[in-house]
Every structure is written in C-alpha cells, then in structure tokens.
Design a protein around this ligand. Structure first.
Ligand SMILES: [Zn+2]
Length: 672
C-alpha cells in the first residue's frame, strides 16, 4: 500500500544524481508505453500520470525549498536541476510516438464511451502537443524552435533594459525643503543613497517605493513633474539610447505573429486564447468594451471630483498627470481618516486564522485542525488537516506566514501533490503550501496583520481550497490543474470579498489587548475607502488590457515602426479619463506583456474579477455565509478542477453566463 506523501527536506548532496536518474527512468518507461499496440486511457495515460506524479513530488520539494529556504546550497542544486527538467518537458512536448498514441486513443471508436473528464484530459493533451509545434514539418519545426529561442532572449533583454534604465536615473537634492511632504522612511532612504555614493544631501531614484512616494506625497510640483517624465521615458527612444526597447518590442510582436502563423492562427491573440476561457478575440473585445462603456462615465465623474478638490485645495486649474496620485492621496486622507497601520491592532493572526477556518467550515461543511510533529522547513511553519463531516481526511496544508531571510517575497499557493487515484487504486490526498510574507510577531505579542494582509491571506487560502477540496482523481484535471488561465483566479478573488463583510469582520477581528471587534466607525471608513476611485482604476486597467490585446490582434508583418505608439494613442483616446503627456512611453516598461506571461492576456485580471464578483453576488443574494450556496459552489466549481470548461462550470453555478455588471456592483458603482 502506497503511503500518503508529506513534505520532507530533500537530500541535497544526492539530489542531482537522483533527479537525473528519475528523469532517465521516466523517459525509458514513457518510450515503452508509447510503443504499445493498442493504447488506451488505462494502459497509457494513467501510467503516464503515475510517472508525472512521482516526478512532481520530487521536484516540488526542491522548488518549494528554493522559494522558502533559499540558501546557497539549495540554490545551486535548484539551478542545476531546473534545466534538466525543462529539457525533459520540451522533449515530452515533441515526443512523436506519444503524440500518435494520444491520437489513436482520440480516434478510436471507444473514445466516445470514455467519461467526459477523460475525454477532456485527452483533448487537453493533444492541444498542448499541437501548441508545442509537433505537427510542423522538420523545416518549420527548426524555425519554430529558433523563434522561441529568440523570443525568450528578447523578452529577457526587454526586462534588463527596464531595470538598467530605472537604476541609471537619479536626482541629487541638496536642500531638504525640496523633499517636503515625503514620509520619513523615504527621506531616510534618499539620505542613505547619497551617503552610499559619498555625496552630501539626498538622492532620489526611480525604484518603485521611492517613485511612488514622490508621486503620492511630494508637495514639490516641479519635482513630481520631473520624476514622472523620467519614469515614463524609461527604456524608450526619449531616454538613454543604450536602453531603448523600441526595436525589441517591434521584434517581439513580429516573432509572436510568426509563431502563431506557423501553428495556423491568424494572429498571436488567437494563439493566446487557445488555452483560455474567453476563447475568441471578439469575446475579449466585447467584454473589455462593455466594461469600458459601463465604467467610463463613473471614472469621468471621479476625475471631476478630483479636479474640483485640487482647485479648492491648491488653486490648480488643470490637473496634470503628475498631480493625479498626489491629490488622490490628499482627497482620500480627507475622506477617510485612518491608516492601514491603525487597523493592525484589530487583526491578530490567531483570531484571523480561527475566523477564516470557521468561515470556510461553515460554507463547505469541513473541519480544519492543526497537526502535530510534522516535518517542515522552519519552526514557524504550521501544518493542518482538513476533514469532511464524516471525519474523513480530505487534504492537508502547510502555512508559512512570516517574512524572514532566505525566503522569497510575495504570497502564493503551491501544490506539493494533487488528489489522485494511483495505479494500485490508492487515493493520494492533496497537499498545498500556503506562503505569505507578513511581519513576524514580536515581544510575545501575536503577529498583527493589516487589512491588506488579511485580504492576501484569504486570497491564497482561496487558491488552496481550489486545490484541496477537489473531488477529481485524474492528475491533469485535479484541483487547479487543467483550469483555464483566465479563470484560475476566480476562487482566490472570490475569498477576498469576505474581508469586507461586516459579519465576517466581526469574526476575524478582535483588538489584541482590549478584545473589542473592529469599531463601526472604522468599519464604515474601511468600506468607503474600498470604493475610492474604483472606476478610475478599472478604466486604467482597461487601457492596458485593450492596448495589450490590440497590438497582438492587429499586428501584421511589415507593420510600421509607429504601430505600437499609434495603437496606444488610439486606445487612450477612447479610454483614458486622466491627462497623459505626449512623452509618456509607458509601453516601453510594460514588462507584464513584453517580458512576462501576460501577452494578449492582460484582460484576465479584470475578467477573473467579473467571475468572482458574479459568484459572490449569489452569496449576497442569500445570507452571505450560506452553507447552501457554499455547497452549490463547491459542487459546481470549487471541487470540479479542470474537468469541464470554466464557462460550463460557471453556468452550472449561476444558471447563466457571467455578467459584467457584477464587477461594478461589487465596486459600489451600481446598485446591487
Ligand atoms: Zn492569485
């Protein structure tokens, strides 16, 4: 009988040897499986899953350690093993006998009698083979590989240019009055920068915390203007030419277009949507334009309010781009008189966790209990078991909440293993790693969280539940596997909504000394601050999303050098409600789409919010913490993994397709 795996630190000295051996063994076994005369789901795909599962267990241990205990030793082993894994995966994508075996299964008369889930697994597999270029002739295949290589070099160069241009700029300040309004920690930062360079005074930089602080707090309008201009010219033809991304961006678009053409798509946007819930360009454009027409009038109103405020406050007749964050900050402070730090005392971590566990227990009829004596990677890590109402174990998670040295920043959910029925008919239960970087507890006090921290925790917990409460037993569609890319944030963003609910806040807040829950006055202000400039934020995201989508949809070979700028100008004319300068070259630093994975996919941020708001609205239409709706959500979406399309799952839950209005209702713009 196979034992349930749990985390155990890997033996670093032997890792590379063992990992290499495992990959070789897998390749040998896969070659044998693919040679079978009559491949079926049971004799091919199920054994393949078994091999993938073993490999994942081995790899996820190391990659998790790399994330949370990144010592030199771990990093060296990780850097040695990573290329081995990516070569292995590339080989799999180009494994012709395996592809043919998948095709045989799909074309066999018995295919129709396979369960819908199994059919989906086969279809996903075939799609991924095709997207890796397996059907191309040898010549095209070579070109495909060459283009992919060039693309990754260019993306890398794009990111480097942005970084180098950011660090290349600095401004020396000799008179402290020029820094009026800046928070003390930023002034200290600027003084430290100066002393590092053996200069007297202060040095401001374009690094995010410094730049954002100047834009939001500096009372020196000329300084804001100067830094805004410098920031928005980074890596463009208007800045230092050594870091100019113009040519790189054009080449990236061209290569993406060629890759799409080789695979038989009209443009890169179509290729990007091959793995997404919104599977046609018109669907994406309809969504973005519908949201725009709903949100823009509100955004104009919000901007008008801001302009009025600046006029009354400082006699500013016309707000410029570098005034927007500054007056927004001032207006916000006037409207809601609290800081995020003030809220910390109401959110001691143990209370928040207990409240969160109670909430999901009520929604999904589960029980969460701590586990003792579990091996982990740090004494602060806690391990929990989830049980159903018959007290059967259904999953486990490790919670690693505090920032510390050698731990990567940010917050995320990672899977250690998935729910999966093995070849020997044993059920492996899912395990998640939930990682955050909150301020660690001090002086025998509990850790105190900001409201943003609470939201982060709920968000990652939502990903965790998607992985842990799955009822699927086939690896490729279990938990978050096989879920379309633009729908994967639904369960996480859904959980965030509860952090604004009075009944939930009463459960998760308690002053760490006086034990009183969050006072009503603070609650009212917190809610009001949530909806501050919502429409302006939506419209800003729409500008980025429409720009991203149009350059990938409309690009044609031989496009002129000004194609990108022209597209952006057109989008801005239609979308933006705030002033933008002629020299704004935002696109030259848009790493999400030129150096990251969001190309023709930036819309996903907003789309996932529509999905999660619309799902949450059904809870609100009932008593919010409704076990009945919770049960329905669990059965129609949360437990279903990638077993069906996200659209079908959504329709099962809501009885209709998603409605864009839900997002505006959630933002307080429309009556719910
Ligand atoms: Zn997320």
């Amino acid at each position: 009988m196979k034992k349930q795996p749990f985390f155990s630190p890997c033996d670093l000295s032997n890792y590379k040897t063992e990992f290499t051996h495992l990959l070789e063994e897998n390749k040998r076994k896969i070659a044998a499986l693919a040679q079978q005369e009559n491949p079926t789901f049971e004799n091919l795909i199920h054994p393949l899953d078994e091999l993938s599962n073993e490999l994942h267990l081995k790899w996820s241990t190391l990659s998790h350690m790399h994330n949370v205990v990144d010592t030199d030793e771990v990093r060296n082993v990780y850097n040695e093993a990573l290329p081995l894994l990516s070569d292995y995966q590339t080989d799999m994508g180009h494994n012709m006998p395996l592809f043919k075996a998948f095709q045989q299964i799909a074309n066999h008369s018995s295919f129709a009698s396979l369960s819908a889930e199994k059919q989906k697994v086969v279809a996903n597999g075939l799609r991924d083979f095709r997207l890796s270029g397996i059907e191309l002739n040898e010549e095209d295949k070579a070109q495909f590989r060459e283009l992919e290589k060039k693309l990754s070099e260019l993306s890398c160069k794009f990111g480097e240019n942005v970084m180098d241009a950011t660090y290349a700029w600095e401004k020396e300040i000799s008179n402290i009055t020029a820094l009026k309004g800046l928070p003390e920690h930023v002034i200290n930062y600027a003084a430290k920068k100066a002393s590092e360079k053996e200069k007297i005074g202060w040095i401001l930089t374009l690094e995010m915390p410094c730049y954002l602080a100047v834009m939001s707090y500096s009372e020196n309008r000329e300084l804001r203007q100067e830094m805004y201009a410098a920031f928005m010219m980074r890596a463009s033809e208007l800045g230092d030419k050594t870091f100019d991304n113009s040519g790189i961006m054009q080449k990236i678009l061209s290569i993406r277009h060629q890759l799409a053409s080789l695979l038989g798509y009209h443009n890169y946007a179509e290729l990007s949507l091959a793995t997404k819930m919104l599977d046609k360009p018109e669907k994406v454009l309809n969504f973005l334009n519908e949201l725009l027409s709903l949100a823009r009038p509100f955004a104009q109103q919000e901007f008008h309010t801001l302009q009025q405020f600046a006029l009354e406050h400082d006699h500013i007749e016309k707000i410029e781009a570098w005034d927007v964050p500054y007056y927004s900050e001032k207006l916000q402070k006037q409207l809601f008189n609290f800081t995020s730090e003030e809220l910390r005392v109401y959110f001691p971590e143990p209370i928040v966790l207990t409240g969160l566990f109670n909430l999901v227990s009520e929604l999904y009829n589960i029980h969460i209990e701590p586990m003792q004596n579990m091996l982990s990677w740090h004494p602060d890590v806690k391990c929990f078991v989830i049980r159903d109402n018959h007290h059967h174990e259904i999953g486990y998670f490790y919670l690693d909440l505090y920032a510390r040295q050698q731990k990567h920043g940010g917050a995320w959910m990672d899977d250690f293993c998935s729910r999966y029925r093995t070849l020997s008919d044993e059920l492996q239960l899912p395990i998640a790693f939930l990682t955050c970087n909150f301020t660690a507890p001090e002086n025998n006090q509990p850790a105190l969280l900001t409201h943003d921290d609470v939201i982060t925790l709920f968000h990652e917990f939502g990903h965790g539940l998607h992985h842990l409460l799955t009822k699927m037993e086939i690896l490729d569609i279990s938990g978050i596997s096989g879920v379309e890319w633009d729908a994967v944030e639904l369960p996480s963003q859904f959980m965030e909504n509860f952090c604004w609910e009075k009944s939930v806040l009463d459960q998760i807040s308690s002053h760490y000394q006086t034990r009183e829950p969050l006072p009503d006055t603070l609650y009212t202000q917190l809610i009001a601050s949530k909806n501050f400039q919502t429409a302006m934020q939506i419209v800003r995201q729409l500008e980025f999303a429409l720009f991203d989508f149009h350059i990938h949809l409309d690009f044609e070979p031989g496009a002129k050098d000004d194609f990108i700028q022209k597209t952006l100008n057109e989008v801005r004319k239609k979308v933006s409600v705030v002033p933008i300068t002629e020299t704004n070259r935002f696109q030259h630093g848009f790493s999400h789409i030129f150096a990251g994975g969001y190309a023709a996919g930036y819309y996903s941020y907003k789309w996932a919010e529509v999905l999660s708001s619309d799902v949450y609205a059904l809870f609100q239409e009932n008593e919010v913490i409704s076990s009945e709706v919770g049960h329905h959500f669990l059965n129609s979406i949360l437990s279903r993994g990638g077993s069906d399309t996200a659209m079908n799952l959504f329709k099962t839950f809501r009885g209709r397709e998603p409605q864009v209005e839900a997002l505006l209702k959630a933002g307080g713009l429309l009556e719910s």
